[in-house]
Design a protein around this ligand. Structure first.
Ligand code: ATP
Ligand code: MG
Length: 150
């Protein structure tokens, strides 16, 4: 298992740039589905990070918040992305009708905010990003989950 790594960012722009660096390249053809969770307190930068990744992958215009629709999907050059925000989900069973299984396919990237609200109804994460707000900067920690441990 890769040891956790962490970064600090001092602005939304820096958080977007970090996401672009870490998630902003389309995967090789037929790469396995990549499930990425974004956890942490309100306002810690999860949506900012998702926006940075989406823009780097080729999304143009305003990035819509999925907080009411639960999910937004993007067909980008070389990668399809599903962005979920489960903040408003009251029960993981509400995910049953979204047809999420359709998105669990090679080449797909998942970005999931508030994954804890969907516990038991989401595929296992490949990478977890944890966001927190420190006195001088926001902290972003990455934990890669080894396939061997799942
Ligand atoms: N270092 C930083 N990283 C990210 N955002 C920052 C940073 N410093 C200030 N901000 C500001 O804080 C806000 C972060 O909001 P954002 O919507 O990304 O948080 P969130 O974690 O998605 O919150 P929520 O749980 O409410 O969805 C943005 O307005 C952003 O400009
Ligand atoms: Mg958010």
């Amino acid at each position: 298992m890769t040891p956790p790594e962490s970064w600090t960012t001092s602005s939304g722009e820096e958080t977007e740039a970090l996401a672009a660096r870490l998630l902003g390249r389309a995967p090789p053809r037929d790469a396995p589905c990549r499930v990425v969770t974004l956890s942490g307190e309100l306002g810690s930068g999860k949506s900012t990070f998702a926006r940075g990744a989406l823009r780097a992958l080729g999304a143009t215009g305003a990035i819509k918040s999925p907080s009411y629709t639960l999910l937004e999907t993007y067909e980008l050059p070389g990668v399809n992305v599903v962005h979920l925000d489960l903040y408003r989900l009251e029960n993981p069973d509400e995910l049953e009708n979204l047809g999420l299984a359709d998105y669990h396919r090679p080449g797909q990237l998942w970005l999931i905010e508030w994954p804890e609200n969907g516990a038991g109804r989401l595929p296992p994460a490949d990478e977890e990003f944890r966001f927190s707000i420190g006195p001088d900067a926001h902290r972003i920690q990455r934990i890669e989950v080894s396939t061997a441990l799942r």
